[in-house]
Design a protein around this ligand. Structure first.
Ligand code: YSA
Length: 249
């Protein structure tokens, strides 16, 4: 029997497009980066030097190869290659090739060498936003994110901002959304996004004068947004290719 069910976009792609529509209205334009990334963009230029404990925040798949002697546009050594652990790597690539002010949105598949469970995969999607302008505040970042979450989850969406730490932002925050996990009596918080004001050292590494320009940046964990939107209780369902699951979207 031929399969009569028409093809459709994967729920992750649908959600990336939905988030993009929210930010397109705010003037953000799409940029892309590679999945195979250099140490400089993924770590060093983001204020995460080699041997710094903050590298442990993201367990990394390194390529087994001799160090490359590849150089950036201004002769900076790009270092070893790895599977990108975060879309934040594209921040520096974008800054190196664009003059501020700008607003960009970067969808990407990222990889971490970690055990999987219901909310963690070793491969997942992020959607990064970066805005650089002359005067940028944490209040503005909060306003933009609140607007986005209202658009995505409706006006009654239950979210909270928590102080956090990323080496490439100061101050840093994380956003949680109230999650009623199917089968559980009480709702719990699910972390869905990291964000902050771009650290001056990061602007400098991207060739932007931090005395003139400021920025905010954020990254949605797209898979978790999909889970919340559709009441999915296990992230691994998004990747096992089961058509009985996928054909519901
Ligand atoms: C922070 C500041 C910025 O200026 C810009 C971006 C960021 C985010 C930072 N680059 C980062 O990757 N933070 S994170 O490790 O906490 O991941 C961001 C989001 O990705 C998390 O909130 C979560 O929703 C999702 N995530 C993280 N590990 C995951 C995962 N989703 C599925 N599986 C995993 N293993």
């Amino acid at each position: 029997m031929p399969n009569k069910i028409p093809g459709h976009l994967h729920p992750i792609t649908q959600t990336i497009r939905e988030i993009y529509a929210v930010f397109a209205d705010l003037g953000f334009e799409i940029a892309l980066g590679p999945e195979l990334e250099y140490e400089r963009y993924n770590f060093d230029a983001l204020n995460i030097p080699a041997d710094h404990p903050s590298r442990d925040m993201q367990d990394t798949f390194w390529l087994k190869e001799k160090p490359t002697d590849a150089k950036g546009p201004h002769g900076e050594p790009l270092g070893r290659r790895l599977l990108a652990t975060q879309t934040s790597a594209v921040q520096i690539r974008f800054m190196e090739t664009h003059q501020p002010p700008f607003r960009t949105l970067v969808p990407g598949k990222v990889f971490r060498n970690e055990a999987t469970d219901a909310t963690h995969e070793a491969q997942f999607f992020q959607l990064e936003g970066l805005l650089v302008d002359r005067k940028v505040s944490l209040a503005e970042l909060k306003g933009v994110l609140e607007h986005a979450f209202k658009k995505l989850f409706g006006p009654q969406s239950d979210i909270r901002f928590r102080p956090s730490f990323f080496p490439f932002t100061e101050p840093s925050v994380e956003v949680d959304v109230k999650w009623q996990k199917p089968g559980e009596a009480e709702p719990r918080w699910l972390e869905v996004l990291g964000a902050g004001l771009v650290h001056p050292s990061v602007l400098k590494a991207g060739g932007i004068d931090p005395t003139e320009w400021q920025g905010f940046a954020f990254a949605f964990g797209v898979d978790r947004i999909v889970m919340l939107k559709h009441g999915i209780d296990d992230i691994r369902l998004l990747y096992n290719g089961d058509l009985r699951f996928l054909n519901q979207f």
